[in-house]
Design a protein around this ligand. Structure first.
Ligand code: A3D
Length: 305
């Protein structure tokens, strides 16, 4: 299998390392900055004799080398800086993603696209509009990252291991994301039975702002260890046809009463991309929040035409 990663910055390079470490696929790393991808690919290859990587990685500026990719991951674009929202990146990152779609599509007609560049839901929709590969082959990575963040904070608060916590975060990758408290269990018990409302609200709010918290501490750039891990989870599900339910930004055509945008929903992912979108019955307040999140994404889509 062949995965091309476009954007050899923090997320892209870390993702390449994760793919090689798990012997998942061959990697082509592309960046617009001359020699950057080549340098990172050489560096990663030099770790192979020590780490036992079985696959190969190439770094390049030439899109021809992406030819025949099974998956194309887009991690190119500007990351946010402190006081910026993800939406502030739209114009510049839309141009970058447009350029990448034009340059990759001709070489890999059957590829599945995984979008990482922010603002995530807007650019996932944009990629769907710009390619002809159909909505099953356009996956936006964010929901599993936001879910992991919610889990981490709950695990710290309750001193419970992660694997005893079941939860999902849906909605947009932004302030209107929807951590599903109704579907959250801790060691099989509903979250509302083990934590009071005030603390649940605080953790929900902190989850929404977790990315920004890391941006402020870093001062330049944004998170990349956990985003690359979340992206890896999607790639592994596709390549090993795991049929795993992963909250991801998907193009909606009426699911949850929402259409004409991409939004985080539970998606079963396997070979071929999105196998199906699960439509869970949600309590009214959470369904309303999901619709509100869709509205925020659509308002932003209208603003940026
Ligand atoms: P960074 O380390 O700056 O890397 C971006 C790379 O993209 C740089 O090496 C650029 O040279 C390269 N690049 C820019 N334009 C092009 C182009 N036209 N073709 C090829 N390469 C290009 O950023 P990063 O890796 O930290 O983040 C990358 C993107 O992912 C940003 O938009 C982030 O906001 C986004 N991101 C999203 C999440 C989600 O959870 C959705 C998490 C973390 C980062």
């Amino acid at each position: 299998m062949k995965i091309s990663i476009i954007g050899a910055g923090n997320v892209g390079a870390m993702l390449a390392e994760r793919i090689l470490a798990k012997n998942l696929a061959d990697v082509v790393l592309v960046d617009i900055v001359a020699d950057l991808a080549k340098a990172k690919a050489y560096d990663l290859m030099d770790a192979a004799p020590i780490m036992g990587y079985k696959n190969r990685i190439r770094g390049t500026e030439d899109y021809k080398e992406t030819e025949g990719s099974d998956i194309i991951v887009i991690t190119a674009g500007l990351p946010r800086r402190p006081v910026m929202s993800r939406d502030d990146l739209i114009e510049k990152n839309k141009k970058i993603v447009g350029h990448i779609l034009e340059n990759t599509a001709g070489f890999s007609a059957n590829a599945i696209f995984v979008i990482v560049t922010n603002p995530l839901d807007l650019l996932t929709w944009f990629a769907h509009k710009r390619t002809k590969c159909g909505r099953k082959k356009i996956i936006g990575m964010a929901g599993n990252l936001d879910t992991a963040r919610f889990k981490t904070l709950l695990s710290e608060e309750l001193s419970v291991p992660y694997d005893l916590i079941e939860t999902f975060v849906l909605g947009s990758h932004g302030d209107t994301m929807v951590p599903l408290v109704s579907r959250t269990t801790v060691d099989g018990k509903p979250l509302t039975g083990v934590l009071d409302e005030k603390h649940i609200k605080e953790i929900v709010e902190r989850t929404k702002k977790r990315g920004g918290e890391i941006v402020s501490l870093l001062k330049s750039g944004s998170a990349y260890f956990s985003p690359s891990a979340a992206c890896y989870e999607i790639l592994e599900a596709i390549i090993n046809d795991m049929r795993k339910v992963i909250p991801s930004s998907c193009v909606l055509e009426g699911e949850y009463g929402i259409s004409d945008c991409a939004l985080g929903v539970p998606a079963q992912i396997g070979a071929g991309g999105i196998l199906r979108i699960l439509e869970w019955e949600l309590p009214k307040d959470e369904l309303d929040s999901l619709k509100n999140s869709a509205k925020a994404v659509k308002d932003m889509l209208k603003k940026c035409n």
